[in-house]
Design a protein around this ligand. Structure first.
Ligand code: ASP
Length: 438
């Protein structure tokens, strides 16, 4: 039989109604064996996530102030869930313990972890599944990084003998026994680790959207949902700002070649987005998978005649950036030019230092700086005619009278990154998206 690992995000478990929907999804397929749960998220626009309420409790506890009101609010949310679900769960001793621990040894990670801990215990009771505390399975090293080998071994040992289980997301423990959390949104990572540890056939990530959108909906009216996307494509779009999964959640499932299915708890009939290693041949017939971008970039172009004849010119430039701790986004080389794109916030801070160093060490013929730029990435790995698409996309952008500052197209598939002025960003995204639909 197949094994499916599911992760439900905060909005999917925000109240008893949502928990019932999640439970129906779990129970509808016997292969859905391991469930990773987040803390209750927002029930409505201005609501506060339980994790944020817990951080607030910690902030007061560490100053020696009382946090009864906020902890009472948290207890109220869980009590309501418990009574609506009609389960036997005594929340009072749990809340008392959190209060005592926070008063005696305030720990930020411990405080934050209690949302996932309690919500998962409640979900396990409702589903009548075993509860697994990641405190004993997700292991961190002394430097705070994940101990992947120990984590996989512990998860496998604990979970494989169990037919079903609910595992709390977001946290684990360090070598000294202290609780450690991932960064915000980290239950995605827990789900990914569990999927790899148990050798899942698929990792379903249940959230409140029906998948990844092919473009930013703030710019494009109702963009289509991406049916399939490769890990490589997603990496490019995520880097550019598209958010669908915590960035650190991609590696474990990608390594294990486990597909991830992004699904909507409120619309379980929607197929969502499949993130896969290799795109299936019969995938939808769209030229591009998606487009994403971001503003806030600067470009430095160094020109020196005969550059290409002298070895190491580009290396010297990149070494200068490295020496000043400035990461670069892209580096494009021409015959006698090297163009480096960096984030504007880094550039503003180190501008004079960088430009002086380039002048001193390279004595360029021209040194050009352009600010207020945006980058737009277009991906479409399965596009057989990617060269034709590149031409179409660039033509559509320039037909709008938009100046193209940089163009970067890797070999072998559509993976185009263009640089435009920030003021043209939205128009350029529209031109790109509309040029390659269908
Ligand atoms: N509850 C945590 C957060 O709000 C982790 C998660 O939901 O994935 O960031």
């Amino acid at each position: 039989m197949k094994t499916i690992v599911l992760k439900f995000g905060g909005t999917s478990l925000a109240d008893s109604n949502q928990i019932k929907k999640a439970a129906d999804i779990v129970k509808s397929d016997p292969a859905r064996r391991y469930v990773v749960a987040s803390a209750p998220g927002k029930r409505f626009e201005d609501d506060i996530k339980v994790t944020d309420l817990l951080y607030f409790c910690y902030d007061r506890a560490r100053l020696g102030l009382d946090f009864d009101e906020t902890l009472g609010e948290i207890a109220g949310r869980f009590s309501e869930i418990i009574s609506d679900l009609e389960i036997n769960f005594d929340i009072a001793p749990e809340i008392d313990l959190i209060k005592r621990n926070l008063q005696n040894y305030p720990s930020k990670s411990y405080a934050a972890s209690r949302g996932e801990y309690l919500n998962s215990k409640i979900l396990a009771a409702y589903l009548d599944y075993d509860f697994v505390d990641p405190y004993y399975c997700i292991r961190f090293k002394a430097d705070g990084s994940l101990d992947a080998a120990a984590t996989y071994a512990a998860l496998e040992n604990k979970l494989v003998p169990l037919e079903h289980a609910v595992i709390a997301g977001f946290y684990g423990a360090g070598p000294d026994g202290n609780i450690i959390t991932f960064s915000r949104g980290g239950s995605d990572i827990t789900g990914s680790l569990v999927a790899k540890a148990v050798g899942a056939d698929i990792y379903e990530n249940w959230t409140d959207v029906s998948g990844l959108l092919a473009a930013d909906p703030r710019i494009i009216d109702t963009p289509r949902v991406v049916e399939y996307i490769s890990y490589r494509e997603l990496r490019t779009l995520s880097y550019m700002g598209a958010t669908v999964l915590h960035a650190d959640a991609l590696l474990p499932v990608n390594q294990a070649k486990i597909p991830v299915n992004i699904r909507n708890t409120n619309r379980p009939e929607d197929p969502g987005t499949m993130i896969v290693n290799d795109l299936p041949a019969e995938r939808e017939k769209h030229t591009i998978t998606g487009v994403a971008g971001r503003k806030g970039l600067s470009v430095i172009q160094v020109e020196k005649i005969m550059v290409s004849d002298g070895a190491g010119f580009t290396a010297v430039i990149l070494d200068i950036f490295k020496a000043y701790g400035v990461p670069f986004e892209q580096c494009l080389t021409g015959i006698d030019t090297v163009t480096v794109i960096i984030r504007a916030d880094y550039f503003r801070e180190k501008k004079d230092l960088l430009l002086n160093a380039i002048r001193e060490q390279l004595d360029p013929d021209t040194l050009l700086v352009r600010e207020n730029l945006a980058m737009i990435a277009v991906v479409g790995e399965s596009d057989a005619d990617y060269q034709g698409s590149t031409v179409t996309i660039l033509g559509a952008v320039s037909d709008k009278g938009i100046e193209l500052n940089t163009i970067n197209q890797g070999a072998g598939s559509l993976n185009l990154i263009i640089g435009v002025n920030e003021k043209d960003y939205e128009e350029a995204i529209k031109a790109v998206y509309n040029s390659i639909q269908g």
